[in-house]
Design a protein around this ligand. Structure first.
Ligand SMILES: [Zn+2]
Ligand SMILES: [Zn+2]
Length: 135
């Protein structure tokens, strides 16, 4: 299970005009992948297969960028500062778990300038983090 879910806006826009059945199949394909890496099989809805190939490319590109970003001293400092400020406590449910996430209030992908802005980070546990992104 990945710790976040990102639906690229341009892809969401592109699937909007599809009939409900196809559009929902597309969303399902994205969600399944985000949860456990499941990819649509050969029998899957055609729209879902096409949209998914774009989605996966976008996600892989984003993951590379995030990975690079996370390895900078700036980013490590950001993460540490947010966790310290929040006392490593989930700011949603109040729990402290072994692994804590730092969530970007304004989306990482959409606000490059705020990626290491401490005011844009919030400490959350993995469960609450999942809920934030999955609604
Ligand atoms: Zn929590
Ligand atoms: Zn997040």
């Amino acid at each position: 299970m990945k710790d976040y879910m990102y639906f690229p806006r341009n892809i969401l826009e592109a699937v909007k005009p599809l009939p409900d059945e196809d559009r929902l199949a597309v969303y399902d394909a994205f969600i399944n992948y985000a949860f456990d890496g499941t990819v649509p099989d050969d029998d899957a809805n055609t729209c879902a297969k096409i949209a998914f190939s774009f989605y996966r490319q976008a996600i892989e590109k984003l993951n590379d960028q995030r990975e690079k970003r996370r390895q900078t001293p700036e980013y490590r400092h950001f993460r540490k500062a947010v966790l310290e400020r929040d006392g490593r406590r989930c700011q949603v449910c109040g729990q402290i778990k072994k692994v804590m996430h730092v969530h970007h209030i304004k989306r990482f992908a959409d606000y490059p300038d705020l990626q290491t802005d401490i005011d844009n980070g919030i400490t959350v546990c993995p469960e609450c983090h999942r809920r934030i992104h999955h609604g």
